[in-house]
Design a protein around this ligand. Structure first.
Ligand code: SF4
Length: 694
């Protein structure tokens, strides 16, 4: 479909997982601007505004640096344009050759959390059905895989339990940790700040005094890497002082005694020693949370990206269960997920090793047979490689080919020097993207794709709400829709996929993934409420605002009971020492997004923050001998970068912060390959470094 000259489309923001809704205008193939939809009854968060990224960030789609033709690397090592026929044949032939010679599992695929659900579904289907490989993953591995694992173990579903507007916007109290909400999820933060102005209590525990902490009733600076300690300390305090919800615990949970025993060791003194939280701060937070009728627990990658990430979030879930703050209005466990479609494309669609669409187990015979009937063959039953394992296996010579869609591991992996060596070494790499990203620089073939203002499909936001995405402009030049490219590859490899529109893909998803069973484009476009929250079991089901029920429980286990699970914690993988005396954390800034491959191309955003920097406290800056605005060399055991110093008390003495968005001054040259054993999420938030003035 080619669009006319001036277009208006009601669509969903392509940046973060708040999932703001707006009208986007396009003209002559370019995106012109967005207009928020003012609808006070509308479910998505932004019935009043959008943030700066949502409003201006779409200009990247108009960039003259967009890929417009397939590129293939020639004998001289340079990229040269080629036809789609040649490019697709080349990808299909090389993947086949590698599999014929070395085995099906010597290739792997990375799907995108930025693309639509329908595109992500097709990439995992391409991996499992067409290539027959078990190696499919996506960058949710690097952001909230520990959240998913923890909530699955304790509550049943690995997702937000509640809603943005009605619950996060109306809690009596908040405990937010490891989330720079103001800069990463700005519209959601506005909801919280409005409610705090109206009297809600806000508690922020974080190593860095992030923007949302400026609005807090209690901000407590924590020591990076010791979140289980203060969470267990809070649980201990609540139990010791009889502030726990005994009726809820007895009615709806099991395993409480095991957690009660575990937290005994987390005395206030031990919590202070490990996490840097004083007994008074611990008691104050516990008393505030216990006094509130409803509490929202919010977190992001400050909690998840740890070698104890899963245990951090198990402890958070234990705390919510101890207080009985699940399954009622204004309360719940609320992971603030990052990319626009990381809930859907990064998990719901089965782009994970060992998880089919709808989080179904490929080893389950009923599930396997259902997919076999639909696809003609059963998907691989064993879990495949996680993203970091794929890079290790390239180094070992066991993974020889990759098809990477819309991901940029050359900047997003920990210890990127090691990742770059793997990309250099791999036999064949096909990258499907909209720019020549840092990862595409290593490719043998680059396939030019479309981006969110150019797509039909659906995104699923952080509250499990499936929403329509519509195009206001066309992809540039010969660039194609991602689903069309994946389908063309499947066709070349002998599979007769013949989808004409993403809605046909959604029909297949609905038929195979029960939690999406009642999702149709007709309902999404013509339903009473905007979007549908999963699980939505069939076409008469209204969707599920609350995953569980305070009175009835209804946790996603056979007996309906939530599980208390003891969490241990421990030390991070690296501690400061004489050679590397400072602790580095990383994160986001308001004007950029992820590895910056999109936002670094928007002049308006670059004019606010145009380069990487390191935040240093005044005391640490004095130790180092550096002034604000001077350049410094930051070095870890993995590598070194040069960045500008920003002297600020946002960070504590001995802790540094560097944003994750820049290729020059890439923070992941410094981060460590130390992983959470349960999920493989890297410990981005704790690395030991030294700093020298230039
Ligand atoms: Fe887009 Fe997130 Fe900003 Fe909303 S808060 S406009 S979804 S980037």
């Amino acid at each position: 479909y080619r669009l006319g000259k001036l277009n208006r489309a009601e669509t969903t923001c392509g940046f973060c997982a708040v999932g703001c809704r707006f009208e986007m205008w396009g003209k002559d193939g370019d995106s012109l601007g967005v207009v928020p939809i003012e609808d006070p009854d509308s479910a998505p968060a932004n019935n009043f505004s959008t943030c700066v990224k949502g409003k201006f960030g779409h200009e990247f789609a108009n960039s003259r640096k967009r890929l417009t033709r397939p590129l293939v690397r020639n004998d001289a090592g340079e990229f040269e344009p080629t036809s789609w026929e040649n490019a697709l044949d080349y990808v299909a032939d090389r993947l086949s050759e590698i599999q014929d010679e070395h085995g099906v599992d010597t290739v792997g695929c990375l799907a995108s959390s930025k693309g639509t659900n329908e595109e992500a579904y097709l990439v995992q289907k391409f991996a499992r059905q067409v290539l027959g490989t078990k190696n499919i993953d996506n960058c949710a591995r690097l952001c909230h895989s520990s959240t998913v694992a923890a909530l699955q173990q304790t509550l049943g579903y690995g997702a937000m339990t509640n809603r943005i507007n009605e619950d996060i916007g109306h809690a009596d109290a908040y405990l937010i940790s490891g989330s720079n909400t103001t800069e990463s999820h700005p519209v959601l933060a506005t909801r919280i700040k409005q409610n705090v102005r109206d009297g809600a209590d806000l508690i922020v525990f974080d190593p860095r005094k992030v923007g949302i902490a400026e609005h807090a009733d209690q901000y407590t600076r924590t020591r990076p890497g010791y979140d289980v300690a203060w969470l267990n300390g809070l649980i201990r305090y609540l139990i010791e002082n009889d502030l726990h919800d005994t009726a809820f615990i007895e009615r709806n949970t099991k395993g409480f005694e095991s957690v009660k025993k575990k937290v005994q060791a987390f005395t206030p003194e031990r919590v202070e020693e490990l996490a840097g939280v004083s007994p008074d701060e611990l008691a104050a937070a516990a008393e505030t949370l216990a006094a509130a009728d409803t509490v929202v627990f919010g977190w992001a990658m400050g909690m998840t990206q740890s070698s104890h990430g899963t245990e951090n979030l198990i402890a958070m879930a234990d705390l919510a269960l101890t207080l009985g703050q699940v399954g009622k209005e204004g309360a719940g466990l609320s992971p603030f997920r990052g990319q626009n479609n990381v809930q859907g494309g990064g998990g719901d669609m089965g782009t994970l090793p060992g998880s089919l669409p709808g989080y179904q187990d490929p080893a389950d015979d009923d599930v396997g047979e259902k997919f076999a009937e639909a696809w003609g063959e059963r998907p691989p039953e064993e879990p495949g490689l996680k993203v970091p394992e794929m890079f290790s296996e390239i180094h070992e010579g066991n993974l020889k080919g990759m098809y990477i869609v819309g991901e940029n591991p050359a900047l997003s992996e920990p210890d990127v020097t090691h990742a770059a060596e793997a990309l250099e070494q791999i036999d064949f790499l096909a990258v499907q993207d909209i720019f020549v990203t840092e990862t595409a620089e290593y490719a043998d073939v680059i396939l030019p794709a479309a981006t969110s203002p150019e797509k039909h499909g659906t995104f699923t936001n952080t509250e499990r709400r499936i929403q329509r995405v519509r195009p206001s402009s066309d992809p540039p030049g010969e660039a194609r829709q991602d689903w069309e490219i994946t389908q063309a590859l499947a066709n070349r490899l002998g599979y007769e996929w013949d989808y004409d529109h993403p809605k046909e893909v959604m029909a297949e998803i609905s038929s195979l993934a029960p939690i999406y069973g009642g999702v149709t484009y007709d309902r999404l476009e013509n339903g009473d409420e905007h979007g549908l929250q999963w699980p939505c079991w069939d076409e008469t089901h209204p969707g599920t605002p609350y995953l569980y029920d305070y009175e009835e429980g209804n946790f996603n286990f056979d007996d309906g009971l939530a599980r208390f699970v003891p969490a241990d914690g421990g030390h991070p993988g690296e501690l400061p020492d004489e050679a590397f005396p400072y602790t580095l954390t990383s994160g986001r800034v308001l004007y950029h997004w992820h590895t910056g491959q999109i936002t670094r191309r928007v002049e308006g955003l670059m004019s606010h923050v145009g380069e990487s920097f390191v935040e240093i406290s005044p005391e640490t800056a004095a130790q180092i001998g550096v002034e604000d605005g001077e350049y410094v060399r930051v070095e870890s055991r993995r590598g070194a970068i040069v960045v500008k110093a920003t002297i600020t008390d946002r960070v504590g003495n001995g802790t540094l912060f560097i944003p994750m968005h820049f290729a020059a001054g890439a923070v992941n040259k410094l981060t460590q390959e130390n992983f959470d054993p349960q999920t493989g999420i890297p410990e981005y938030k704790v690395s030991s470094v030294r700093v020298e003035p230039l």
